[in-house]
Design a protein around this ligand. Structure first.
Ligand SMILES: Cc1cc2nc3c(=O)[nH]c(=O)nc-3n(C[C@H](O)[C@H](O)[C@H](O)COP(=O)(O)OP(=O)(O)OC[C@H]3O[C@@H](n4cnc5c(N)ncnc54)[C@H](O)[C@@H]3O)c2cc1C
Length: 407
């Protein structure tokens, strides 16, 4: 009897994590085909920043070598972007005409960088920060060019700025808000972070909006102009002003989308043969932009693809941290004593199994940590309360070793 066919669109973190989970639950259940628009093996996207900063090489961040696909009988189409889903024929078609029929289709197309709709956005040297190609472009630009402007003072923008600075560029970060990381930090902590990064040579223009990117004759970027009329030189402009779920393919196929591909608690889309995971998916109105939720989604989705049918995805608590090494972030405390190195948003819940019990710590609005009605000043204090021994709090809750959303 022929095996059911599973086609995965997107060779990124969510799609391949789902396959890894599926292969654990039901090895050999499907004939699997993967399409990846990028020409690379599956890699750890969050480690692009250490690569840009010169701390790691591209080879270090590969998650699955080509042998992994071959060993698991997966047909891999690299450098092939799927441009059409024919739901009636149950078939996907790539730009070069390569097709694959499916019984189950998994959409894992991620996000696209949001490119500000300003004049000059299409000039050569204006890029987003999303993939190996963007990272290589930045590394190459840093070899031969001097001035970089990063638009966006969020996590991604600061990581890009830090990497470009370490590679010798003169970098200005332009940010609409009045302080850096305004979604994670209060103004006091944001100002201290700015001071710390300025000490490393980064320049900042806060409360500033970009009105135009100015080009030279050859169509290359030359400067960035702001709402106050000021202009600064720029031979490289990195847009790090947000992301948008990559859903054009699903929309064109008539699959219901809002911000992302709308999925239920089993990660199943409007068409029951279609599933979606990762940044392209919208679950209970939320499209996540971090890696921890997609790992949870992958587990549940695999459970259903394996026809176990018992997993329920209820949404994820999220936290992240700034991957700028070397800066002394332990000195950056907000007015309530929250370290800027572990940027936990109020409302974030961290869950830790210990002694066969589940312990839930929630970040309070004033940046403290609530555990069973008791409030602790630090994660270490909460960990000590749970275990009765001394712990590094962030490590205990998986924020420093790649688990539980701490990447
Ligand atoms: C520089 C950087 C640093 C980050 N740092 C952190 C961090 O510290 N912590 C954190 O939690 N998150 C971080 N993130 C976010 C994290 O990387 C994403 O949440 C995660 O990669 C999303 O996984 P995904 O599979 O949904 O999308 P992706 O990993 O983007 O994978 C989607 C893949 O699908 C491919 N694709 C799209 N359309 C098609 C098509 N039609 N046909 C074929 N292939 C297609 C894309 O080319 C891409 O390879 C970072 C992201 C970046 C860019």
């Amino acid at each position: 009897m022929r095996k059911p066919r599973l086609v995965v669109v997107g060779n990124g973190m969510a799609g391949i994590r789902t396959l890894e989970e599926l292969l654990k639950l039901a090895p050999g259940m499907y004939d699997i085909t993967v399409f990846g628009a990028e020409p690379h093996r599956n890699y750890n996207r969050i480690l692009l920043s250490p690569v840009l900063a010169g701390e790691q090489d591209f080879d270090d961040i590969v998650l699955n070598p080509l042998s992994w696909y071959a060993d698991n009988g997966i047909a891999l189409h690299l450098g092939k972007e799927v441009v059409r889903i024919d739901r009636a024929q149950r078939k996907v078609v790539a730009a070069d005409g390569t097709g694959a029929e499916y019984d189950r289709l998994l959409l894992a197309t991620g996000s696209l960088p949001f490119i500000l709709p300003v004049p000059g956005k299409d000039l050569k040297g204006v890029i987003g920060y999303r993939d190996i190609h963007d990272t290589r472009t930045m590394i190459e630009a840093a070899r031969v060019k001097k001035h970089a402007v990063v638009i966006g003072g969020g996590l991604l923008g600061l990581e890009a700025a830090n990497g470009l600075k370490l590679r010798g560029m003169q970098v200005t970060v332009v940010h609409l808000a009045g302080w850096l990381l305004e979604q994670q930090l209060d103004p006091v902590a944001g100002a201290l972070l700015e001071k710390s990064l300025a000490g490393r040579g980064l320049e900042f223009r806060l409360n500033t909006s970009t009105t135009e990117i100015v080009g030279k004759d050859a169509g290359e970027v030359a400067a960035v102009r702001f709402s106050d009329g000021a202009e600064i030189p720029a031979e490289l402009v990195v847009m790090a002003a947000g992301i948008r779920p990559n859903i054009a393919l699903a929309q064109a196929a008539g699959i219901h989308c809002d911000r992302g591909v709308v999925v239920n608690d089993t990660l199943q889309a409007y068409d029951p043969r279609v599933y979606a995971v990762g940044e392209c998916a919208s679950h209970r109105g939320v499209a996540y932009g971090l890696v921890a939720p997609l790992f949870e989604q992958a587990r549940i989705c695999a459970d259903h693809l394996a026809t176990w049918g018992i997993g329920i995805y209820r949404g994820s608590a999220v936290s992240t941290k700034l991957k700028v090494t070397g800066a002394n972030h332990s000195r950056i405390k907000s007015s309530v004593g929250r370290s800027a190195q572990t940027l936990l948003m109020p409302g974030t819940t961290l869950i830790r199994e210990w002694d066969e019990r589940q312990h839930r710590v929630t970040v309070t609005p004033d940046g403290l940590y609530e555990l069973n009605g008791q409030v602790f000043k630090s994660l270490s204090a909460a960990a000590r309360h749970i275990t009765g021994t001394q712990w590094n709090g962030p490590k205990f809750f998986g924020l420093r070793d790649g688990k539980a959303g701490g990447q």
